[in-house]
Design a protein. Structure first.
Length: 81
């Protein structure tokens, strides 16, 4: 059952495409505690140097990159007064 740390139950494996931009929980096999990473939609989840293909990724929080946010990086409009 997912904890408050996870918003999705699906765990993604190395080589799979990142389905949504956001912060993912990285789940290693024994050598390291879980930790967060940022991933952008369309990137590929990488393997781990130690646990190789056994590492898994779970979406913790959806978050667009600031360059993909309409208000922060959208076109600049000048309104005439």
């Amino acid at each position: 059952m997912p904890t408050a740390y996870d918003i999705g139950q699906r765990a993604y494996a190395p080589g799979e495409a990142v389905p949504e931009s956001g912060v993912y929980r990285v789940i290693h096999v024994e050598h390291r505690e879980d930790h967060p990473v940022q991933a952008l939609k369309g990137e590929m989840f990488p393997s781990c140097r130690k646990c190789r293909q056994d590492v898994r990724f779970r979406l913790w929080m959806e978050a667009d990159h600031m360059t993909h946010d309409w208000d922060l990086a959208g076109p600049t409009l000048t309104l005439l007064e």
